[in-house]
Design a binder for this molecule. Structure first.
Ligand SMILES: Cc1cc2nc3c(=O)[nH]c(=O)nc-3n(C[C@H](O)[C@H](O)[C@H](O)COP(=O)(O)OP(=O)(O)OC[C@H]3O[C@@H](n4cnc5c(N)ncnc54)[C@H](O)[C@@H]3O)c2cc1C
Length: 497
């Protein structure tokens, strides 16, 4: 087949994408499907531990996918216990243990197969994949430094920045040398053992959650807020649930230094933010989960004039367009947008449609559903209760809520104490739904469909008029009738709630 020609603009390419992750690949594939000549540059700097990976970006290699597989391994451990109660002949729980090396190998094999499929897909679709570190020379020229040291200059009409981010290490002695991050955990050769997770965002909680389920000692260090940005009542339920399962929390503390001991353990010294007192303990592994930084300075975006947020260094954009007319950006590097894979993908596809197919649809960053994959999952869509009150005022908000008992918890007598849901809506009829929150089994599966309903303007009246599927956990949303304002106890009275 003849090579694809770039348009009549005089550049070698129609589009050069820096970053072959969720957003970059989606945009590149969409653009070639519209007949454009596209190159994607992807390059992974090894983590300080030396971990590196293939094409596909964070989600595929060190994010959503390995995380969900480790979460699944944790859920299976719990299900094994349940299975005994349902009549399966299962050995004593104490004698069941996780083979870390096997888990790691299975997950890494899957990732390698995805890396391969992605490369083949790019080749078949005629996206030019260049395994090179990209940076901007000027607004139409991308410099590519290939793995073998050779260099290229790519002249292009449009540039798409899609470099994603990498974990942050705090500036304290011993942090970089002694800590791992989510970049390393899923490919660690040895089981991490007694682990301190620093940071209580969703990544920190998810990692502590699965490690604890695997039988490892897990502690979460929290500077201020668990699951900042999420509904705080739900965050409280998740951290209480984790505590009840054995995860320890060090609240209002920050790490001060990390010292490697002769036996390989790491002595972590931390400080209380309440009284400044110092404490310390020994850990086999310290996992830093204190946030991620965008890779914008590395590509010299600022040097060609792309406007970055002064603090976060993320790209300030309007409809994925930067302040430079031919430079666009998608994904985790965008200021003020959710850092989620489907968000990056959707934004990338829609952008390509608008650029090359006269598309009119803009990315809607509101009401994006998400799930925290802690052992008891937390799925949500829309506003937190705090944010709804902030925007509309307490008097104008109604919150319907209930605790419920999942059927699958009855026989194994699992505690349903934190299986809870709430719908935050406007108080005036027909009570437009602003946010839905759920803790329990299958959080993501439960919330996804409701996200479409919220996008279509779901009201509490419609939800109450919806017939549930019995017996499911999701049907409980259709049975909500107790408002917080009423003060009625939302705990179910009967076994079938
Ligand atoms: C542990 C963890 C769990 C997560 N779980 C979920 C989840 O459950 N659900 C969800 O929706 N999201 C999840 N995320 C977030 C999700 O992974 C990101 O939102 C998504 O990957 C962002 O896509 P992106 O295209 O912006 O960047 P990335 O996917 O990060 O891709 C960027 C690519 O660009 C490359 N690159 C960077 N600089 C250059 C350069 N100069 N030249 C060439 N290439 C470069 C990078 O190496 C990378 O391959 C998780 C993230 C983490 C870390």
């Amino acid at each position: 087949m003849a090579p694809v020609q770039a348009g009549s603009h005089g550049f070698d390419y129609d589009l050069v994408v820096i970053g072959g992750g969720s957003g970059g690949l989606a945009a590149a594939k969409e653009a070639v499907s519209l007949g454009k000549k596209v190159a994607v540059l992807d390059f992974v700097d090894p983590s300080p531990r030396g971990t590196t990976w293939g094409l596909g970006g964070t989600c595929v290699n060190v994010g959503c996918i390995p995380k969900k597989l480790f979460h699944q391994a944790a859920l299976l451990g719990e299900s094994l216990h349940d299975a005994g109660c349902f009549g399966w002949n299962i050995p004593e729980r104490k004698s069941i243990s996780l083979d870390w090396a096997k888990l790691r190998e299975s997950v890494q094999n899957h990732i390698k197969s995805v890396n391969w499929v992605l490369r083949v897909e790019l080749r078949d679709k005629k996206v030019e994949y260049i395994n090179a570190r990209g940076s901007l020379i000027d607004t139409h020229t991308v410099h590519a430094k290939l793995k073998n040291g050779s260099e290229r200059e790519l002249k292009t009409e449009h540039v798409l920045l899609a470099m994603g981010g990498r974990p942050i290490y705090p500036d304290i002695p011993g942090a970089v040398e002694n800590c791992i991050t989510s970049d390393d955990i899923f490919s660690l050769p040895e089981a991490p053992g007694k682990t301190l997770v620093i940071g209580a965002g969703y990544i920190g909680l998810e990692c502590a959650g699965f490690l604890n389920e695997f039988g490892m000692d897990a502690t979460v260090m929290v500077r201020s807020t668990v699951l900042r940005g999420f509904d705080q009542q739900m965050a409280g339920l998740i951290s209480e649930e984790m505590k009840s399962r054995g995860v320890k929390f060090l609240h209002k503390t920050v790490p001060v230094r990390m010292d490697k001991q002769a036996d390989g353990k790491i002595k972590v010294t931390w400080k209380s933010l309440e009284n400044n007192s110092e404490s310390s303990d020994l850990f086999d592994t310290v996992l830093m989960a204190t946030g991620r930084r965008p890779l914008t300075l590395e590509v010299k975006a600022d040097q060609v004039g792309v406007k970055l947020h002064p603090e976060s260094k993320k790209v300030v954009s309007e409809k994925e367009l930067t302040n430079i007319p031919n430079i666009f950006a998608v994904g985790d590097i965008l200021e003020g947008k959710p850092e989620l894979t489907p968000v990056a993908i959707q934004a990338g596809k829609l952008l390509a449609q608008r650029l090359y197919n006269n598309g009119k649809i803009e990315m809607d960053y509101d009401n994006v559903a998400t799930t925290v994959f802690t052992p008891l999952e937390y799925g949500c869509c829309g506003l937190s209760e705090e944010e709804a009150i902030r925007r509309h005022g307490d008097d104008n908000i109604e919150v319907y809520h209930a605790f419920y008992k999942p059927t699958e918890f009855f026989v194994p007598q699992r505690s349903p104490a934190r299986c809870y849901m709430k719908v935050v809506c406007l108080r005036a009829a027909p009570q437009k739904v602003l946010g839905m929150h759920y803790t329990g089994p299958q959080g993501g599966e439960v919330i996804q469909g409701y996200a479409a309903a919220i996008k279509m303007g779901l009201t509490m009246e419609v939800l109450m008029d919806t017939v549930g599927i019995h017996p499911t956990v999701s049907e409980e949303f259709t049975r909500l009738w107790i408002t917080k304002r009423s003060g009625i106890d939302p705990t179910p009275q009967s076994c079938c709630s």
